[in-house]
Design a protein around this ligand. Structure first.
Ligand code: SF4
Length: 526
């Protein structure tokens, strides 16, 4: 297989050897090669917006000290930057230019704040539950394991930029959480074997795919060794041809899970155990949560990852006065741990715990929509009251995790209906809690003026089903049926405005396995 252009670059000059060249770069006239190398240092710039730069800060497991966040806020104010929280619990600094990006990058390094390996062919920020180790449901505290895994690759020439493609890792030691992690290349999911807590491995997830079981179980102290074995197997055998097919998912597609697990075993000279029983139940997001030490955790909601420095300063001051720990969640919110009393002193943001929105056109040149602003088109009251998980991406790359949601949206532009206009692609029915399936594409292009009403029709169907949450509704009512049928069903309801609803019939005992049927009845027939 002919290596792709990026691989040819790496063989000429390793990303770790580029560091000494950075200060001499002409940042106003970067080549594509230079842009690739800069990404390994967390510095982002693209040809479409050559005047704009972004820095991405790594926050292992989302845990961040108050003093570090205060330093970041000071830098943001000094350089008049904008700050975003990402869906991998990191911090992005936007509105940087060729004249200040390296100064800011240098200042961050002097404060021991790292941006290393947060972009391109690297292990991205390792994520977990924001209440790791603190929630009543937390069985294994995974933060020390995250640091051990990170120590393998961070600022290590052997690993910097040397993977075939980006590699996302998650680990959760919490038995019930609103977060879900099956969209990662490698997910250590809490599991039990013979009364011992540990982790099952799931491999090959990405924004559009669910990670699959590898039939492997590790005890907590074995996690770093197993991580290294997976990392070495992927670096050695990962595909390096077409860039579009270099994620772990494609290697698994090509050689199969069993063959890849055999390769992992070659790098893992310890006991191999088959998978245990996974313990990752669903929990609904709440603004305040009691923790196992009797204190409370608060969720400070950002505007889908966007937060003004004044608001952040308010949070920091509150954390300082009450001596609270700070953590960032993959839901783009800030968690404060250690409150003595159950209070919620902040203004809630409608839908902030339900909607994951990508950076959008204000911050990403690939986006056709200003995603964070256009959440205004969503029926937010219903989304929030039913705890419906919405993923909203500005393009098919899917940073808003639209495939791993109850309702997934992708903003696009279309001339299918005449003049070019904004429209949304709608995905429905992700079964993300247990990593069963991604949401299916049901509507190819819904013009923006009709989006709100169509979503209301879909949510009304869920309401009339009586199911406890949208994921149950998807499992029972939507997913047993073909995509075409479900699309037509909702379109007919939208246009006919009939009070008809999907119905599940009881199981028919004579059949070899239970099945779900649907029938359409108008309410007037009842
Ligand atoms: S989903 Fe697309 S538009 Fe949104 S941040 Fe990712 S690359 Fe940019």
């Amino acid at each position: 297989m002919k290596p792709n252009k990026i691989e040819r670059l790496k063989s000429e000059l390793r990303p770790s050897d580029f560091r000494e060249k950075i200060s001499a770069l002409d940042l106003k006239n970067l080549s594509e090669d230079e842009r690739f190398y800069l990404k390994n240092y967390g510095i982002y710039n693209i040809k479409l917006m050559p005047e704009k730069f972004m820095l991405r800060i790594r926050v292992a497991g989302g845990r961040i000290e108050r003093q570090i966040l205060e330093t970041i806020v000071r830098i943001v104010k000094a350089y008049r930057l904008e700050l975003l929280l990402t869906a991998r619990a990191q911090i992005e600094l936007h509105s940087l230019t060729a004249s200040n990006v390296l100064k800011v990058w240098q200042e961050l390094q002097e404060e021991n704040i790292t941006t290393l390996q947060t972009l391109t062919d690297n292990f991205r920020n390792i994520v977990t539950d924001p209440y790791d180790g603190a929630a009543e449901e937390s069985k294994v505290e995974v933060y020390p394991l995250i640091l051990q895994m990170q120590a393998l690759f961070l600022d290590n020439a052997e690993w910097m930029g040397m993977l075939p493609r980006k590699f996302n890792v998650a680990i959760s030691g919490t038995s019930a959480t609103p977060m879900h992690f099956y969209g990662n290349d490698l997910y250590f999911a809490l599991a039990k074997q013979e009364d011992a807590w540990g982790f099952n491995l799931y491999l090959g997830g990405k924004n559009s795919e669910v990670a699959q079981p590898a039939d492997l179980f590790v005890l907590p102290h074995e996690v770093p060794g197993m991580f290294e074995a997976v990392a070495r197997a992927y670096r050695t055998y990962g595909l390096r041809g077409s860039r579009a097919r270099t994620r772990l998912f494609y290697l698994l597609q090509e050689i199969g899970m069993d063959a890849f697990v055999e390769k992992i075993k070659c790098f893992y000279p310890h006991t191999i155990r088959p998978q245990g029983s996974v313990e990752n139940g669903k929990q609904y997001a709440s603004a305040v949560q009691v923790l196992k030490d009797g204190t409370y955790g608060l969720c400070y909601q950002t505007r889908f990852g966007k937060i003004e420095t004044a608001s952040l300063e308010e949070v920091l001051e509150y954390a300082r006065i009450h001596e609270l720990q700070l953590r960032l969640g993959v839901d783009q919110n800030i968690y404060l741990l250690g409150m003595k009393e159950k209070t919620f002193p902040f203004e809630p943001v409608r839908g902030a715990s339900q909607v994951t929105a990508c950076a959008g056109s204000s911050y990403c040149a690939l986006s056709l929509w200003d995603i964070k602003a256009e959440t205004a088109y969503l029926p937010m009251e219903k989304i929030e009251s039913h705890n419906i998980q919405v993923g909203f991406s500005g393009c098919l790359k899917g940073c808003g995790r639209h495939h791993h949601s109850d309702i997934g949206l992708v903003g696009l532009r279309t001339n299918l209906f005449g003049e070019t206009q904004k429209a949304a692609r709608i995905f429905l029915g992700g079964e993300y809690t247990e990593g069963k399936s991604t949401a299916r594409l049901l509507f190819y292009a819904v013009p923006l003026p009709h989006l709100n009403r169509l979503l209301e029709v879909i949510i009304e169907e869920f309401e009339s089903s009586g199911q406890q949450d949208f994921e149950c509704f998807s499992r029972r009512y939507l997913n047993p049926h073909s995509s075409n049928f479900v699309t037509l069903w909702f379109l007919s309801k939208l246009y006919l405005e009939e009070k008809i609803r999907l119905e599940v019939l009881p199981e028919v005992p004579a059949r070899p396995r239970s099945f779900v049927l649907m029938e359409m009845r108008s309410s007037s027939e009842r």
